[in-house]
Write a protein that binds this ligand. Sequence first.
Ligand code: MG
Length: 262
Amino acid sequence: MKKVVLVLALVLSSRAAGHVTFAQAQRPAGDPKLTEVWEPVPPVVTPGATDAAPPSDAIVLFDGTNLDQWVSTRDKGPARWIVADGAVTVDKKTGNIETKRSFRNYQLHLEWRIPAGITGQDQARGNSGLFLASTGTGDAGYELQILDSYNNKTYANGQAASIYKQAIPLANAMRKPGEWQTYEVIWTAPVFNGDGSVKSPAHVTAFHNGVLVQNNFELRGETLYIGPPVYKQYDTAPIKLQAHGDPSPAISFRNIWLRELP
Ligand code: MG
């Protein structure tokens, strides 16, 4: 009882003295409206039924039914890889394929599968590749490596999810052969000056099966099999998939889409 009386007396005396209340003391000084930004309002993008499905503003590059969005890199004729059961399987005889359209910056989703019963080792085991920009025939461009890296030793900057011979992936997130894998990639194209020199280098962020494997990595140039990387000026470029010459069974792709970014 004594305590209650004491507290009451303290409260009354502080009010009488004009002290701020507890609630007033918690409120920061200044006008919160000064730091509110109302425009521009972001565009509404309706997500897919799952995070793997294309959202409303995506360009669908392969929906499992046909290769209408693709051509053969070699002769720009029809892409002749094998479409069946909602997936496309590499036909190594016909070579790399690439998109008809060209892109600069984008967010891309792609799924790939090493066949169960894959054979070979090192770089000769399910080798393919996602070229984030195809700057010419053959393997010219910037390759995010595709390989069976499930219990398969190779050089670390050439395993799955490496930026080929430039960036070791931050983790090995491989699923077993026979299971589908996902890549989510954010590609920021290099910018060149008028004289062809690099104004700002390319950057890539990538997730492999939801695991961060490249964190805004700054590329040193195109990914080369031999020798140090070097930049070659380009503006927009197709996206390319690799038909690697190794003798192991061919890999498959499905559900490929992208969203162009400013
Ligand atoms: Mg490759």
